[in-house]
Design a protein around this ligand. Structure first.
Ligand SMILES: Cc1ncc(COP(=O)(O)O)c(C=O)c1O
Length: 424
């Protein structure tokens, strides 16, 4: 693998860009690559190497890169306006489309990122209930803000106690955040029964994509939605990853569950910057009545909305889910088969087009604590071997499949996996 230009770029970047990256989590990649362009399911580094993209920019690129329908929509829109800071037709068109697709969603609000949309959902929950505490689960990621970046990837000794993820995160800003282990219905029910009167909302990733793509155990999400309802607590599905990915209607459709609010971003706009919150009409009463505020200069920017409308319309028309999911399951089957042949412990977890590979585990992790036993060094070596062969999954063991990954890419990937296993 040639890293000459990537390394030179990284050195230059480190002089002018703090840490050499634009999002702190990207510092974890080894090697740090610089890219020149992307097309379909491929991206290209500055040393001229081509990769099949299984990162999809950490999820958004559900239609790959350079997709004709997004290009056409955005090109047409920028002739008319970039952003208006005022009302326009696309807001109605996109919200109408989303409301027609997302089960149990009557209304939407738009923001620019998932982090902002999460904050809006929390504010709505607090304003609606008049309560302050929020409940999240260990290992779940809901953006980088102080009140919610709590117990994201804590070390073993901090399990069970709300803990900061970064310096500069004062306790005063997360003292209202309560943390539970995921997939533990009893712990959740107990907390809601004893302290429900203090709790505004419970927020969950419906698939724990940010910590090993752990799958909810049968009945856990139902318990969450039902016990929240009984306790007058707002249930929030953070569908920033699952939305438009595990099904067109996301986790609501896949699990047949209707939480009070859902948060969307990433795949919704195919790589453009958008977040959204959806729910029943009355969930937004506090905004309509002016009791709570949600604002943002770029909310509803026209070119982002054009990209989102094109993305969601293409997903709806082409319904690529079956082939995306099969692509994921084929890779997982290959990984598990080769590991078995080699006598290496490995298990994969996830849902269709998003999954994680766990070296060192033989049973599926159910929550963040279970993922602490993963052999991250072995995965790192395996990933570096894949990179040499033009396959690019995320550094944390996660793989994303897009609608434009075809059997050609799958064949190449399975072959590279086989060769990389032989090299381990
Ligand atoms: C589940 C989940 N929620 C929220 C966020 C934050 O979204 P953004 O990075 O757009 O602010 C992310 C980002 O990875 C996410 O995975």
């Amino acid at each position: 693998m040639n890293l000459t230009n990537s390394q030179a770029n990284y050195e230059k970047a480190c002089q002018v860009l703090a840490g050499g990256v634009s999002s702190g989590i990207r510092m974890w990649a080894d090697p740090i690559l610089y890219f020149s362009h992307a097309n379909g399911p491929y991206f290209y580094d500055v040393d001229g190497q081509e990769y099949i993209d299984y990162t999809l920019a950490w999820g958004p690129l559900i239609l790959g890169s350079n997709h004709p329908s997004i290009n056409a929509a955005v090109s047409a829109q920028i002739q008319k306006s970039y952003t208006l800071g005022a009302q326009h037709q696309l807001e109605i068109d996109l919200a109408s489309k989303l409301v027609s697709i997302l089960p149990g969603v009557d209304q939407m609000i738009f923001s620019n990122t998932g982090s902002e949309a999460v904050q809006a959902a929390i504010r709505i929950a607090r304003a609606t209930t008049g309560r302050t505490k929020i409940v999240k689960f260990e290992g779940h990621y809901h953006g980088w803000l102080n009140n919610i970046l709590v117990s994201f990837h804590p070390p073993k000794e901090q399990l069970g106690t709300p803990s900061p993820t970064t310096q500069g995160q004062p306790e005063s800003e997360y003292q209202d955040t309560l943390v539970l282990p995921w997939n533990d219905p009893e712990a959740l029910k107990n907390l809601l029964e004893t302290r429900g009167h203090e709790i505004a909302c419970v927020i969950t990733e419906p698939l724990l994509a940010n910590s090993g793509s752990c799958v909810a155990q049968e009945g856990f999400l139902n318990t969450l939605v039902d016990s929240c309802r009984s306790a007058g607590v707002i249930s929030i599905f953070d569908e920033v990853i699952t939305g438009f990915r595990i099904a067109l209607g996301g986790a609501r459709e896949h699990f047949g569950l209707i939480p009070d609010l859902s948060v969307y971003a990433k795949a919704m706009a195919g790589g453009f910057t958008m977040g959204a919150v959806g729910g029943r009409k009355e969930m937004f009463d506090v905004l309509r009545e002016g009791k709570a505020i949600h604002a943002g200069t770029y909310n509803g920017s026209s070119f982002n909305l054009a990209a989102a409308l094109a993305t969601v319309t293409t997903l709806q028309t082409e319904s690529p889910y079956e082939s995306m999911h099969q692509h994921g399951y084929a890779i997982r089957a290959k990984l598990e088969e080769l590991a078995k042949q080699k006598g290496l412990p490995l298990i994969t977890t996830g849902l269709g087009s998003v999954f994680s590979a766990h070296f060192g585990l033989t049973t599926a992790p159910l929550n963040y604590a279970d993922t602490l036993e993963v052999d991250t060094d072995l995965y790192k070596r395996f990933r570096q071997s894949l990179l040499k062969r033009g396959i690019h999954p995320l550094p944390d063991g996660r793989w994303y499949i897009s609608a434009v990954h075809t059997t050609k890419e799958l064949d190449h990937t399975l072959d590279a996996i086989e060769k990389s296993f032989a090299e381990l």
